[in-house]
Design a protein around this ligand. Structure first.
Ligand code: FEO
Length: 390
């Protein structure tokens, strides 16, 4: 589907309605899109980003339908294959096209075997390129989430192309974003959260531009800019909320009793709880819940003395996503031996987080164990109060 965003600026990418997994890890409950944008200057034609190789035909058909016989510049804003994987085909078809990108992006594209040196031209931060009546200005934006990313500012149309940044994994017929808060937050959590400090820096730069449209390379385009910029301001800030995320697993029911008791105790204390049984939870929902939470509590039985593998997996994911949570704890149970708490702590070296006294019980919890859980809930309450969260 081709859509004209502004005069001579077309969305020519592909909507992937059926994709359900990204990076062989991230669930995509609502599919995604690989956005590509064609800009027709009076003298030259530029394409911003390509699409995933699985949908290259859609891009090529759209270019044919628009009667595009020549592309002068392919701006590769980021080398990951969902945006660059069809560049090889494009430069074969458009034999005079030159590929523009950051130095790092060009290096990666060459290493991936997608282009060779003769067709590549690195661009610098602030560099401008006139294509006749329209100017592309390149803005360096590394580490959202690769080291190579640039944004492209189309000055005369007041459009900023941001590649992955500010995007959403959402297949929708809407050109302009409507009801995308949850999808955008989920996307931020899964992809951008580890790079919060860089994201904040890039947001400031974006706010300094004169803009009408933000056009990412996944999900719909934004024409109400405050919506997405304010959401990112909140998500990337250091502010946490009065929320506790509890990923847990129970093998014989003991850890579930402990977790249920903790959930009730936290609720009684006015704390919002997000509880995830990892045998049937969506990784994206857990990641999303980590965007704001002040505290994470892992609930696990001992599995050959260590944390249950599903919980170890959750700890590894949390360590990679680097949420801004300030506190963590571990609750759980064991039969004959346990090093659960030590194991989970060792899986999260990236998190600068205060560990509150874990509660690990033998077998099923007795009255004293449940009192220890109440004390943990009191500790969490008092820590949240110290932060002024309630
Ligand atoms: Fe959508 Fe980092 O690729």
């Amino acid at each position: 589907m081709i859509r004209e965003i502004r005069k001579d600026v077309f969305s020519v990418g592909a909507i992937d309605w059926d994709r359900r997994l990204f990076d062989a890890l991230i669930p995509l409950p609502h599919g995604t899109s690989y956005n590509s944008y064609l800009i027709k200057g009076s003298e030259r034609i530029a394409l911003i980003d390509a699409v995933d190789p699985s949908m290259g035909d859609v891009l090529l058909d759209n270019l044919d339908a628009l009667g595009v016989e020549r592309i002068d510049y392919i701006v590769s804003q980021h080398a990951e294959q969902d945006h660059s994987g069809t560049i090889g085909e494009l430069i074969e078809r458009y034999s005079t096209a030159e590929v523009l990108g950051s130095q790092k992006c060009i290096e990666l594209l060459m290493e991936f075997g997608l282009i060779d040196e003769k067709r590549a031209h690195p661009v610098n931060d602030g560099e401008a390129l006139s294509i006749g009546g329209m100017t592309l200005e390149f803005i360096s934006a590394p580490w959202v989430h690769w080291p190579d990313t640039i944004f492209t500012y189309l000055r005369e149309r007041r459009i900023l192309f941001t590649c992955d940044f500010l995007g959403s994994h959402l297949a929708t017929s809407d050109l302009y974003a409507k009801d995308v808060y949850e999808s955008a937050k989920r996307y931020y959590a899964e992809i951008m959260m580890p790079f919060r400090a860089n994201a904040r820096k890039h947001l400031e730069r974006i706010r300094s531009l004169d803009l009408e449209i933000i056009a990412p390379s996944h999900g719909p385009v934004y024409d109400k800019l405050d919506f997405i910029l304010n959401a990112y301001r909140d998500w990337t800030s250091d502010e946490v909320k009065n929320e506790v995320v509890i990923p847990f697993v129970s093998m014989h029911g003991s850890t579930e009793i402990i977790v249920s008791h903790l959930v009730d105790a936290l609720m009684e204390r006015g704390i919002t709880v997000r509880r995830f049984d990892l045998t049937n939870s969506d990784l994206g929902e857990i990641a999303t819940s980590l965007v704001d939470a002040a505290t994470i509590v892992f609930g696990t039985p001992a599995f050959i003395t260590k944390a249950h593998p599903l919980i170890a997996y959750a700890a590894i994911i949390a360590n990679a996503l680097r949420p801004k949570a300030r506190f963590a704890s571990i609750v759980g149970s064991y039969g004959w031996g346990a090093r659960i708490a030590e194991d989970i702590k060792s899986l999260m070296p990236n998190l600068k987080i205060e560990i509150l006294e874990p509660v690990i019980v033998k077998g099923y919890p007795n009255e004293e164990d449940l009192r220890a859980i109440e004390r943990l809930a009191d500790d969490i309450l008092s820590k949240h109060r110290e932060l002024g969260l309630l």
